[in-house]
Ligand binder design. Sequence first.
Ligand code: UDX
Length: 450
Amino acid sequence: MDAGVHVLVFPWPRQGHINPMLHFATALVQAGVQVTFLHTEHNLRRIAQAPPPGLRLLSLPDGLPDDHPRSFLQLMESMCETGSAAYRALLMSLLSEASAPVTCVVADGNMPFAINIAEDLGVPALAFAGNSACSYLALLSVPKLVELGEIAFPADDPVCGVPGMEGFLRRRDLPRGLHCAEQGDGDPMVLKLAEVTARSCNAARALIINTAASMERQALAHIASRTSDVFAVGPLHARSRFAASASLWREDDGCMAWLDGHEDRSVVYVSLGSVAVITHQQFTEFLSGLAATGYAFLWVLRPDMVQTTSSALLREAVAAAKGGKGRVVEWAPQRDVLRHRAVGCFLTHAGWNSTLECAVEGVPMVCWPFFLDQLINSRFVGAVWRTGLDMKDVCDRGVVERTVREVMESDEIRGMAQAMSQQLRLDVMELGTSSSELERLVRFITELRA
Ligand code: UDX
């Protein structure tokens, strides 16, 4: 590798975006590239783990006080103002480093400002998408969906506005909140995300997606026709068994010993990721449904996850549920949990990292998508990959019980999940399609410097 190549990797400062970009940065380091990884100061203070060897960490202010809730739109606004000014200054100082100035920026697609500022300063910039190709394509298609009026929700009507998914995608698989966009007052978060995604896709020299061609060939082909170049290099976390971690919550390892005490494939793992917040009623429906299955379950309940209810009350409720078969943790070592022989299925919100982590381990899924990309990911799980079932829009104890049982007991779903796992492991091996794409990307980044 050319010793002069130095990539600045800049994730959107949320757990679900930091994780894939950290795996990406680690893969670059392993390919001999010098990498600097940029956190916000707020996040860097929370991360307990040491950075992977060879990775330099830097940070910048996000402009919000530590105790701020950081909603998507507030964070977006603050990153565009305070964050972008600090980023410009930092990039300028990195460019003047005598030994190894930055030669390329890879920034999360949520931050077109990071791409534009880099290019302004003469540094080539690429966009990174930590979500699925199918959901990325749906976001790029928002103007078309709005034009066609294909945004009502909930409904089973097929939509035509996302290329390659005509007739298969339904209105209820689209990001929630788009339903009123035709009146000009759609969910500002969805509309903002669609706007920034399109802007960074147009501005970047290329787009890097954490997916595999074997999973999403068609969507990738449609995206390729809309941008300069696309590299499908995922699932990035699967490149190393001991992938790097940068958890914003403290992982509770005690659940691993608890899992050791259970039979093979007898436990339901439940996690709705790092963002979703559920109502107390939804919590009760999940808990009753899970208890009724009779299976043991391991449930990640972040302290801020159930509206208006304290963690202590939630733990008590789970402990009191039928047979005391539930175990609650505030944050789990998820990749290790999914790899554990005792886990029989994953009840998930179908965030893209969780979906990929589950797919690589061959664990069947029960999807209860919460927002944005999760709605379309879960449609693909249930109807394209057939590695699980999609419980979309329904939060009812009877449905939870039936769906979990069906997935735990279905040989067909397990067989599909295991076949996908085998394929993804091949994809990230030497000469696999994702590995070849990563090599092509490293050459691309090296040539940008010339
Ligand atoms: C967000 C969006 O919600 C998601 O839809 C999008 O695809 C990525 O950004 P999040 O909701 O946190 O992410 O879900 P997900 O993508 O699944 O990422 C969660 C990450 O946290 C995973 O890497 C998972 O392994 C990790 N995790 C989760 C833990 O390490 N421990 C836990 O207990 C729960």
